[in-house]
Design a protein around this ligand. Sequence first.
Ligand code: SF4
Ligand code: SF4
Length: 176
Amino acid sequence: MGELVKKIVKTIKVDLDKCNGCRACEIACAAFHAKPKYSSFNPARSRIRMVIDERNDEWVAIRATDYTKAGCDGRRVYTINGKEYSECSFCGTICPTRDLFFEPDSGLPLKCDMCEGEEVPMCVQICSRDALTCEEKEVEVEEQVKPGEMEIGLKSLVDKYGLRKLADTFARMAQK
Ligand code: SF4
Ligand code: SF4
């Protein structure tokens, strides 16, 4: 077990009453992470996505958190202000049971990085309804090395193609 350390972590709070589902946050996130920066704004590449269920008047912005290769069985229902939301509406896990948070061309997971280098994340900056608020809090966590973006991507490739095929591909590429 790792040592417990205090850390300041940033998080984004979503006010369900203020969000009107305009999806500007998706565009801002996708544009910020485009390569080159701001060269495209495909919402499918955003690390924040709107979960929309118009029938139930449900509009929830969720940020991509961790990658998992298997979906969970959690099917709880939350009642907030008399409205019912499924558990998945609030879950940011990058999971195979839905098509959110996978880069459309490569299929690699897209995780929120809190817009590294920006004091205020782009999705928070763009939201004209103030539905998103960036907060910092001190938490005590077990010290561990968090997987970086490359490690997350490689893990998903291993899950998809298997280690042997990936290793063979690397070997072939190294010979070129
Ligand atoms: S920009 Fe704000 S109001 Fe628009 S969808 Fe995103 S969170 Fe909702
Ligand atoms: S904090 Fe940045 S990376 Fe995360 S969802 Fe918002 S815009 Fe995207």
